[in-house]
Design a protein around this ligand. Structure first.
Ligand code: NAD
Length: 411
């Protein structure tokens, strides 16, 4: 099943509960605009490379469209379309005044020098600057992009349209960013993990955690959960996974990764295992925080964690989702679990527009308020309708977007 088919599947489960008509389903699922552009760049070697960039703007019924920018070799239109749609439901679940969008460039960032990365980014903005903007569509970091890339986007966009830092979020704190944005997605994952652990009658002290992906989201989720007394027994990145039954010192692993070009390769304070083995470890909490589609019908029966918190987008395929639900595995779905990033992006954007700043404590406090509020609403809806938390989250998001669409007048 392709990525967008998976989103359509989850959407339809919720739409059935909401008794949406076929016409309304088509309207809500169809993207407003899909842009594909050529990015021709000169590499350091002097050779010419031609890349493909995408921006899909899914829905703006509740506000300007918002979504990350992914640089990864597997990026294609279907994936970007699915992620743009997830953004629409995500911003609605946490009830921030945004729609959904997503972008990406099909490129292996590890093969690019810093100067090449900057050229790719600026050329991409040259191609899409007219369709993004602080009132229309606001990019942010995702896999393979970071605050520095966001600063280049702002700078390049401002050359065409004048000074406006609100065109992009996730910028460096020293350059119109907000404290707490970088940690926000991982922290939100951590906050909801603790809430769910409590709801399931467990304690952090007896919770062993395996985290796949040790980039922005995975490392900050690990740090938060480690500081909350959970035992992080496995972490991983593209180089492989690392297991330690006694628990990994997350600060030490973060320092190691930072000193080794954001890679855990060669980390000797834990035993090497594979990324597949990590998913099947005997732990109380599994946090997929890297790629989508890693939990499938094939490995679902071997997943031992009773709780999965989806830090990554779409890490569980629909057939696996059903199998896990039937087995009673609790899943905190992506459109709720990883909404911390877009929530703090909203704070950043709002403050850019007002030339005003919150400190880190205030950002964390507001993030927790938004995340726990959405969590309670999803849990309540799931109980009321006797549906999975994923279906409940989609119901909450689709309901809000559907009402805004109708109120704005469709014709
Ligand atoms: P990142 O680029 O900072 O980190 C990605 C991590 O995944 C790295 O550790 C990388 O080595 C690892 N990885 C890549 N390929 C892998 C593979 N085949 N097997 C195992 N690990 C692999 O990206 P990120 O921003 O941390 O994003 C991670 C996930 O979280 C993505 O699915 C993204 O869409 C989602 N997400 C990110 C944000 C955000 O604010 N950054 C917000 C919402 C959702």
């Amino acid at each position: 099943m392709k990525a967008f088919e998976a989103v359509r599947h989850y959407f339809n489960l919720a739409a059935d509960e909401l008794e949406l008509t076929d016409n309304m389903r088509t309207l809500l699922l169809t993207a407003k605009r899909e842009v594909q552009v050529q990015i021709a760049v000169e590499m350091d070697s002097g050779e010419l490379q031609t890349l493909i960039g995408y921006r899909v703007q899914h829905d703006n019924a509740r506000g300007p469209m918002k979504g990350g920018l992914r640089y990864h070799e597997e990026v294609d239109l279907d994936e970007v379309r699915s992620l743009a749609s997830l953004m629409t439901w995500k911003t609605a679940v946490v009830n921030i005044p945004y729609g959904g969008a997503k972008g990406g460039v099909a490129v292996d960032v590890r093969s690019l020098s810093r100067r090449e990365l900057e050229r790719v980014t600026r050329k991409f903005v040259d191609e899409i600057h007219d369709v993004i903007g602080p009132d229309t569509d606001i990019p942010a970091p995702d896999m393979g992009t970071n605050s520095e890339v966001m600063a280049w986007i702002m700078n390049q966009h401002n050359k065409y349209h004048g000074f406006n830092p609100g065109v992009v979020t996730g910028k460096p704190v020293e350059h119109y960013g907000i404290p707490g944005r970088e940690e926000a997605t991982g922290r939100g994952v951590g906050i909801l993990s603790l809430k769910t652990i409590g709801r399931m009658g467990h304690r952090p002290q007896t919770t062993r955690v395996a985290i796949q992906g040790f980039g922005n989201v995975g490392s900050h989720a690990a740090k938060f959960l480690h500081e909350a007394d959970c035992k992080i027994t496995a972490i991983s990145d593209v180089s492989g996974a690392y297991f330690c039954a006694k628990g990994i010192d997350v600060a030490d692993a973060m320092e190691y990764s930072n000193q080794h070009d954001r890679s855990l390769e060669g980390y000797e304070k834990a035993d090497p295992i594979s990324n597949e083995e990590l998913l099947e470890l005997d732990v109380e909490l599994l946090v997929p925080a890297a790629l989508g589609g890693v939990i499938t019908a094939e490995n679902a029966s071997r997943i031992r964690a009773p709780l999965i918190v989806e830090a990554a987008n779409a890490p569980v395929r629909p057939d696996a989702d059903q199998l896990l639900y039937e087995r009673g595995v609790v899943i905190v779905p992506d459109i709720l679990a990883n909404a911390g990033g877009v929530t703090v992006s909203y704070f950043e954007w709002a403050q850019n527009r007002q030339h005003y700043r919150w400190n880190l404590d205030r950002v964390r406090q507001e993030l927790e308020r938004v995340m726990t509020g959405a969590f309670e609403e999803v849990w309540e809806l799931s109980r009321e309708h006797n549906v999975s938390h994923r279906t409940a989250a989609f119901m909450l998001g689709i309901g809000r977007v559907g009402r805004a669409t109708i109120l704005s007048g469709i014709t």
